[in-house]
Design a protein around this ligand. Structure first.
Ligand code: CCH
Length: 299
């Protein structure tokens, strides 16, 4: 046992270690003065962006390797602001040098979701980190420009999530994470929160999407929607509205708005799948980083 999390030791040696890390993550969630007082939402976004550049066809990208520590991912405008999440986790990383960044980022994301009232999400250890920028660039392949653009519509969302193997139902389920957190003008250019309490995981996002309250915001920033609910200014991105404009997506928005348990169950499966994309463990329980040339032949 080399000190890292190992899948096949998970039941015995790893469980207390895993519990310990989860407890440490819970301790850093409270961040007075940062956004809405919680590191939770940005940690969830870190886990999603670390994973969400996977391609089934090219079989590259995904959470394994923690590629976001190095260019081009570290400087990708789509990842703007995620350095906050990485710095919130720094003390945990420093105190547990055996832990891979890739395992920590994904475990922190699911721990935050659960701590904010969301479902338990399956998680397995074994991710490996790139050791250097050079190793990352040799292994990673071209994974740029793969994260969704909030200014676009249904076709774009289907293309981005289809590349990872997601169905319409799963796309709508994953999008419910926008119950958490907010947009920042100095990160994405968009502005505001989606729901009244942005640090509680719930199906509010779907309920709000279905209400006929959304109007284009008149401002100098990028096109987005706004509404005021219970005295709080809320927002939706064009991609959020696409989920009710597209009839096939809308069916699932209606189901999740009506049934929070169903949303929690489907979200848990879809997010559990997200953080496993491209994590190909071998018989040691670790996910090795495969060279680009070796990956090219893979289906
Ligand atoms: Fe998202 N998201 N997201 N998102 N997102 C933003 C913030 C969060 C899109 C665009 C944006 C998912 C899908 C999409 C979170 C989780 C998920 C922002 C604001 C934009 C823009 C960034 C900023 O300015 O700080 C688009 C487009 C899509 C799909 O089409 C999915 C899937 C997830 C997770 C399952 C979370 C959480 C945030 C809040 C982050 C924070 O810092 O508060």
């Amino acid at each position: 046992f080399n000190g890292r999390f190992n899948l096949f030791l998970s039941s015995a040696a790893n469980r207390p270690l895993q519990e310990g890390i989860r407890e440490e993550v819970k301790k850093i969630l409270k961040q007075p003065g940062y956004d809405d007082g919680s590191a939770g939402p940005v940690l969830v976004r870190l886990a999603w962006h670390a994973s969400g550049n996977f391609s089934l066809v090219e079989h590259n990208g995904g959470s394994n390797g923690a590629g976001m520590r190095f260019p081009p991912e570290s400087v990708d405008p789509a990842n703007a602001g995620l350095h906050h999440a990485i710095s919130f986790l720094m003390p945990i990383q420093a105190a547990n040098p055996w832990l891979s960044h890739a395992d920590l980022w994904t475990l922190a994301g699911i721990t935050a979701i659960e701590a904010m009232g969301g479902p338990k999400i399956p998680w397995e250890p074994g991710r490996t980190d790139y050791e250097s920028e050079q190793a990352a660039s040799e292994h990673r392949g071209n994974v740029g420009d793969r994260l969704p653009d909030g200014a676009l519509g249904a076709d774009h969302i289907r293309e981005v999530f289809g590349r990872m193997g997601y169905s319409d139902q799963e796309i709508v389920a994953l999008s419910g994470a926008h119950a958490l957190g907010r947009c920042h003008t100095d990160r994405s250019g968009f502005d505001g929160q989606w729901v009244v309490n942005p640090i509680r995981f719930s199906n509010q996002y779907y309920k709000l999407l279905l209400r006929p309250i959304w109007k284009p915001r008149e401002w100098d920033g990028p096109f987005q929607y706004e509404a005021t609910v219970a005295g709080t200014k809320l927002m939706m991105l064009p991609t959020d509205m696409a989920l009710v404009e597209d009839p096939k997506f809308k069916v699932w928005v209606e189901k999740y708005a009506a049934d929070q348990d169903l949303f929690f169950k489907d979200f848990s499966m879809a997010f559990g799948k997200l953080i496993e994309l491209g994590v190909d463990r071998d018989d040691t329980g670790f996910a090795k980083l495969v060279k680009k040339s070796a990956q090219e032949g893979k289906p």
